[in-house]
Every structure is written in C-alpha cells, then in structure tokens.
Design a protein around this ligand. Structure first.
Ligand SMILES: [Fe+2]
Ligand SMILES: [Fe+2]
Length: 301
C-alpha cells in the first residue's frame, strides 16, 4: 500500500484540526488593502512590467478576488460529489460514512468562509469584479463526468491547497495576515480531506481495467480543459477589472492576459497535478495514467 490512511484515524485528526469561521475572519473584520493578498508564486502580479507597483498590487487583489470565487465554485461541486459517494454506504462502515459526512460539512463551512472573505473584499475594493459562472452550471458540467475523473480532480485540488499555504508563508512577509490565515486554515482541514479523497479514489478505481482507467483519464482531461477555458475567460475579465480600477488601458493587453492565465493555470491546476501525493495515487491507479498526466503538467507550470 502506498499510504496508511484510514477513515477512523482521519476522522479523529479532522475533529482535532477543526476551526470556526470566526477563528479566521469575523463578519465585521476588514482586509488590509495596503498589502498584497496573494503570494507572488500564485498571482505573478509583480512580474507584470507594464504596471507600476501600485497597479501590480491592484492586480494582486483582483487575483485574490478570483481565488475566493473560484474556490467557492469548486467547493460547490465537491459537496454533492461527497454526498453521492456517502449515500451507498449509509448502512455499511460507520467510520467511512461519518468521515465523509464530516468532510462534506467542512466543505460547506469553507463555502461560507470564502463568501465571508468575498464580502469583505467587496466592501474594500472600489469596483465590481466580473466572474465566470454561474457556479451551478460549472458544477453540473464537472459532475456529469465519470466519478473517478471527478474524484481525481477533487484530489488534485485538495493537495494544491498545501502549495498555496506554503506559498503564503515562504513567499512574502508583507501579505495581509487575514489572507495568510485563510490559506493556513483551509489547508489544515484540506490535509485531512486529501487523505479521505485518496481513499475515495482508491475505491472508485478498484477493479477497473486499464482501458476503463484510460477512459477516466480522458474525462479528467476534459474537466481540466473545461476549467482551463474558464480560467482563460477569467483572465480577460480580470484585466477589464484592472483597467477600470486604475483608470487607464494597459499596453500589451494580450500578453498580460496570457501571463495571468498561466499564473491561474499553475494556481488552480498545475500545482496539484505535480503534487507528490497526487502523483502516488495516480501511480497506484495505473502507471500509464500517471505518465499521461505528467506529460501534460508542463503546460500548467
Ligand atoms: Fe475546502
Ligand atoms: Fe476539501
């Protein structure tokens, strides 16, 4: 076995790691817009030479707005996936059911957390930032795929929140402490979700032929391509918001959009794709699946 995760122990560590919304952000708490919100390793806003330092910070904030809304969207499709997965086991192993329902309840809490941050963002930011959506349509498109493919996408997302947290502590001493706390607290619970989702993916892959797994990996790429198209559209929306917020047109518009799209690819896809724990799950599922995903990873770096 490539890991020693089990439902009972993971539920116990989940219950120990749990926090309340107010531990991360109280309803009336304000973000510090004089600081960056996103680590540079994710936002890559300081790398945009067409902008002055003030404008780079505005872009960093817009990238944080994207983070809050994209995680909101993602959590919204994780929740029904988990409930669907728990349903057939309701009469079976109680540790599994309790662990998965607790996982689902934490994701519902994360939806509230991202909304609370989003509200604080809207209160402090001068203009409205447009977002792709609606989230129900995005969720429905993802969830119509093979559960194994969806489970892999979710596993990838859970592991990537570790990279986000590490980015927030390594990267920059000047980040807004509330955003750093968001990434830390999110990862604290995601670390347990990633273990549970590893067990879910193992279960969904069990007994499948190589051809069936290969088909699920095709669907994994379909979901990835769909999300990536959304990120590309969002990069355009983000530049519109930036121009509105700074009151001028940005030169090399297409280049900046492409650079910001690439930053989002790394943040929301690539940083999970290359995570060693995600890679070990793929290898245990099928070395061929691991190879296909490793070959695609450089596009999302
Ligand atoms: Fe979450
Ligand atoms: Fe999660």
């Amino acid at each position: 076995m490539y890991h020693d995760f089990n439902y009972e122990a993971t539920l116990a560590s989940s219950l120990r790691a749990q926090w309340q919304l107010d531990d991360v952000l109280r309803v009336d708490q304000e973000l510090d817009f004089s600081r960056n919100f996103m680590p540079e390793s994710l936002a890559r806003s300081a790398a945009v030479e067409a902008l002055n330092p003030f404008e780079q910070r505005v872009l960093n904030h817009i990238s944080a707005h994207q983070y809050l809304t994209i995680f909101g969207v993602v959590e919204e499709f994780i929740l029904p996936f988990l409930v669907d997965h728990a349903r057939p086991h309701l009469l079976g192993d109680d540790w599994r059911v309790r662990a998965i329902l607790n996982f689902a309840s934490e994701e519902a809490k994360h939806i509230h957390l991202f909304k609370r941050f989003h509200n604080a963002f809207v209160r402090g930011f001068p203009i409205e930032c447009r977002m792709i959506g609606p989230s129900e349509a995005i969720g429905a498109e993802v969830l119509r795929h093979d559960p194994l493919a969806v489970g892999l996408v979710i596993l990838m997302i859970e592991w990537m929140t570790q990279q986000h947290y590490l980015g927030s502590i390594r990267d920059d001493g000047d980040l807004d402490p509330l955003f750093k706390s968001l990434m830390k607290h999110h990862w604290m619970e995601e670390a347990q979700h990633a273990k549970l989702d590893t067990l879910i993916v193992d279960a969904l892959g069990r007994g499948r032929s190589e051809a069936e797994i290969d088909k699920a990996i095709d669907e994994f790429f379909e979901i990835g391509g769909f999300l990536d198209d959304g990120l590309k559209t969002q990069a355009g929306f983000n530049l519109d918001a930036l121009e509105k917020a700074i009151g001028r047109k940005v030169e090399n518009r297409d280049e900046v959009i492409a650079q910001q799209h690439q930053a989002a690819r790394w943040t929301y896809i690539g940083s999970g794709m290359v995570h060693e724990r995600f890679v070990s799950t793929l290898e245990s599922l099928s070395p061929n699946a691991a190879r296909r995903i490793a070959e695609a990873a450089p596009l999302f770096a």
